[in-house]
Design a protein. Structure first.
Lengths: 565, 281
């Protein structure tokens, strides 16, 4: 178990010089890493977890400096080592995997060439042997047909494949330490599982030490031996992974563990203790009697995207078969119900929601909303339709969905002015205030621009704007995907409360099964444009019928699997 | 409004180059407005006895071939030169941005036709095109402005098209559709204000070109006609005297031209920061 520390970090502090003075990004962080150990650094955005690893690798941007403390690797002071020593160490002794694998690869060089480059750079191979070694490395990360994939460009590979290439590059020189910075964020759950298993097996087999930086407690709990929990640059708790989950000591850790939905039975359980005293809204509040007439009835909906015509298509005078993003799907949403639409990226769930929101023209099929087929109204004319106010949407990325030049108040007022035709300025103002109060947004924040608001506040502005026209159907397109877990817990509860109070129906689009489980009455599982399974939430989650649903459920990372039984 | 001035102060204080550029620009504006009232001599009054005198205390920049005071002429010319370049840039900015925004937002055939049209303009040597326009449509100041605006149009249209196209499917544009805004309002009231920061950089670069272009047209004898004081004509007239040693005739108007172009080019970053909401705190 014990052994000499491979990497020892003592009292490390990192500062950033900014427009408003110096900011302490990391304060007095200490930890040590032994051979074969997997250390998890967990925290929410802004906690300094990535900055810590950048400081160890000495790849901080220009404004950042190591203010004090030390990081020692094999007798070398990493914090003081000259740049040429660091260049030798990076990649050969300490490797790093970044969040976005596509951005980490050079788009105009093939996967194999990039691995060869690393090998040649660190004198692990000569020009003649590099190719063979690169293919070997590709095989090592379980890429099928490595000889063929050697010649593949990053754009020809899926996200999971790209991340495997990055891992192959990181491990090509057999480093002693692997730092993985959010290696699976943005990947689907099933891909996440294969990538994480791969990292674990490879590091275990070669006796490497690794540091996993993540915001996902479940992931860290499953794959790490030891955890460090960071909050605003400080380490608040260190310990064995099991201990931290079972007996979190620090209030922040307790809040984080609580907010992670993996074991909660209801949304209320996600909130810190002081919030749990509020009345609990049961997720299946909608009664069976209401289900007489569906609010939304989607029938045989199809969206086809034409494929580019290749040369041989030209010569044979034929049109290539279109790509069916959504392939004849049908489902219903009843008043007051929330329906979850789950599936992995590319399954057509977002295309479906865009068509129902009438932002996208369906190729075929119909969308019946309150007895009218709204697919007959062209999407650019739908803005003028009275139905517009009744179907609203909350977008995935709260930052991207707010006009950078509009204040929170202007964003919320927009639908009031153009959909409800409120003309008096005072009336709009009063209504905006009411909506802000409804979503728990402090009135003094209303005059701020989006970049002056936090992620959770922006999400609230987006929800307030969607609620402004008093919709009957609210489409939520991964509304919490870009948020930290503790903010996600609050936003999910807010959504559940609003639904109970205003009697709306939700169509909740998500890849996060746990969130769907807590918020939705019914679940629809999509795969490659088709619905493979649907049914009441508890039924789908406890007795899944389709193989794909089973795979999805099994792939979600879960700490404390033993306690679930 | 108060927050705007606060932000202006921040932009100026945080970047000394911007401060310098804005101060130079303010000086130029003052000279353009009050210059003609303050100059010591009539810029058109000739004095055959005092021709071609080198710079002295009476005539700071010397006198020209017919005895006119070069300093007065350089100062008085500021107004005309700035007027031509401002109106040309304003014209090409508004028309170019509108065309580019439309083709970037709707794409398809609109984009193709407008794109080829602008390519056609770009295919000509721009200065020759401006010469042609002025020569064909008549030698007036309005035509110089129009010619300068036309040759600068494609630059604005291209930047605007690219900037609008990347925002066309942004979440907040979709959200604006959901809020009941029709496409034209989304484009001109929401998207276009958001592309102002890169457009400002384009404007400041273009302003320098516009001034050089106007001066260049005058230099070859098109546009403003002598004896009207204008930097381009003054350089053109003075150029023939450099060989005989009367350097001040061309140097001072040339220097004024250089400072003007320099100022506009330096203002770019400052203007961008000024209209970028993300720079405010």
């Amino acid at each position: 178990m014990s052994g000499p520390a491979l990497l020892s970090v003592q009292q490390l502090s990192v500062q950033f010089r900014t427009r408003r003075g110096t900011v302490d990004a990391v304060r007095d962080v200490s930890f040590s890493l032994r051979k074969g150990q997997t250390l998890g650094i967990v925290g929410e955005s802004g906690s300094g977890k990535s900055v810590t690893s950048y400081a160890i690798m000495r790849i901080l941007d220009r404004a950042g400096v190591i203010a004090s403390g030390s990081a020692v690797f094999g007798g070398i002071r990493l914090d003081q080592a000259p740049e040429d020593v660091m260049n030798e160490l990076r990649g050969r002794e300490i490797s790093m995997i970044f969040q976005n694998p596509r951005a980490a690869l050079n788009p105009i060089r093939t996967a194999g060439q990039q691995i060869s480059d690393v090998l040649i750079e660190h004198a692990q191979a000569t020009r003649t042997s590099a190719r063979q070694k690169a293919i070997e490395a590709l095989r090592h990360v379980q890429i099928r047909n490595p000889e063929e994939r050697y010649h593949a460009y990053p754009f020809e590979l899926s996200g999971g494949m790209c991340q495997r290439i990055v891992i192959a590059m990181a491990l090509a020189c057999k480093p002693q330490i692997l730092i993985a910075d959010e290696p699976t964020t943005g990947l689907d759950v099933t891909t996440q599982r294969t990538v994480m298993d791969l990292i674990r097996n490879l590091t275990r087999d070669s006796g490497m030490a690794s540091i996993l930086i993540t915001h996902d407690l479940g992931l860290a709990g499953e794959y790490c031996d030891t955890l460090i929990v960071m909050e605003r640059g400080l380490v608040v708790e260190t310990g064995q992974a099991q201990d931290i989950f079972l007996r979190p000591q620090h209030p922040y850790t307790r809040k984080l563990v609580k907010a992670t939905p993996h074991h909660a039975q209801s949304l209320r359980e996600l909130l810190p203790d002081d919030g749990a005293s509020r009345p609990v809204v049961a997720p299946n509040a909608s009664s069976a009697e209401k289900k007489a007439v569906p609010l939304l009835d989607v029938v045989d909906l199809v969206k086809a995207f034409p494929r580019a015509r290749g040369l041989s298509d030209w010569l044979h005078r034929r049109q290539p078969a279109p790509f069916l993003a959504v392939d004849r799907i049908g489902f219903q949403v009843f008043p007051g119900e929330s329906v979850g639409l789950v599936g992995e990226s590319g399954c057509g769930k977002s295309t479906t929601s865009a068509m129902i929101a009438r932002l996208l023209e369906p190729t075929d099929g119909s969308i019946w909303f309150k007895g009218k087929d709204i697919s007959l109204i062209r999407s650019d004319q739908f803005t003028q339709s009275p139905m517009r106010a009744q179907i609203q949407m909350v977008f995935q990325d709260p930052t991207e969905s707010l006009n950078p030049r509009a204040t929170a108040e202007q964003s919320i007022a927009d639908p009031l002015i153009h959909l409800l035709n409120l003309s008096s300025r005072n009336q709009v103002r009063a209504e905006v205030r009411k909506l802000a109060e409804q979503v728990g947004l402090e009135p003094e924040l209303l005059s701020r621009l989006p970049h002056q608001l936090s992620g959770g506040q922006k999400a609230r502005v987006g929800i307030a704007r969607a609620l402004a026209s008093r919709p009957e159907l609210l489409i939520l397109d991964e509304p919490t995907a870009a948020l930290d877990v503790s903010v996600q817990a609050v936003v999910l509860n807010l959504l559940a409360d609003l639904k109970a109070r205003l009697g709306m129906s939700y169509l909740f689009v998500s890849h996060d099964l746990e969130v769907v489980r807590l918020l939705c009455d019914r679940v629809i599982v999509m795969q490659s444009g088709r619905i493979v399974e649907s049914g009441p939430t508890h039924q789908v989650f406890h007795t899944p019928q389709h193989d794909y649903t089973k795979t999805l459920l099994a792939a979600a990372p879960r700490f404390l699997q033993d306690t679930r039984q | 409004m108060a927050s705007f001035f606060q932000h202006l102060r921040y932009v100026l204080v945080s970047n000394p180059v911007t401060l310098l550029a804005f101060s130079l620009f303010a000086c130029m504006l003052l000279v353009a407005i009050f210059g003609p009232a303050l100059v010591p001599y009539d810029p058109l009054a000739s004095a055959p006895t005092g021709a071609l005198k080198p710079p002295s205390l009476q005539h700071w920049f010397g006198t020209d071939q017919v005895g006119r005071d070069v300093f007065s002429r350089v100062v008085v010319a500021t107004r005309l030169d700035l007027l031509i370049s401002f109106s040309a840039v304003a014209l090409s900015f508004f028309v170019g941005t509108a065309l580019g925004a439309v083709s970037g937002f709707w794409g398809g055939w609109t984009d193709r036709i407008l794109g080829r049209l602008l390519d056609t303009i770009m295919a000509f040597p721009l200065f020759v095109l401006a010469m042609g326009i002025v020569a064909a449509s008549g030698n007036t100041i309005e035509n110089i402005v129009i010619a300068t605006a036309i040759i600068n149009l494609p630059f604005y249209a291209r930047v605007a098209r690219a900037e609008v196209a990347i925002r066309r499917n942004a979440g907040w544009v979709q959200a604006a559709k959901l809020s009941g805004n029709h496409d034209a309002r989304i484009l001109f009231a929401r998207v276009v204000p958001n592309i102002l920061p890169p457009m400002m950089v384009q404007i400041s670069l273009n302003m320098g070109w516009a001034i050089l272009n106007a001066a260049g047209l005058s230099f070859i004898g098109l546009g403003v006609r002598p004896p009207t004081p204008e930097w381009g004509i003054m350089v053109a007239e003075g150029a023939s005297y450099i060989v005989s040693g009367e350097w001040w005739l061309a140097l001072f108007p040339g220097l004024a031209l250089m400072i003007a172009v320099f100022t506009f080019n330096l203002m770019g970053d400052g203007l961008r920061d000024l209209v970028d909401p993300a720079r405010r705190t």
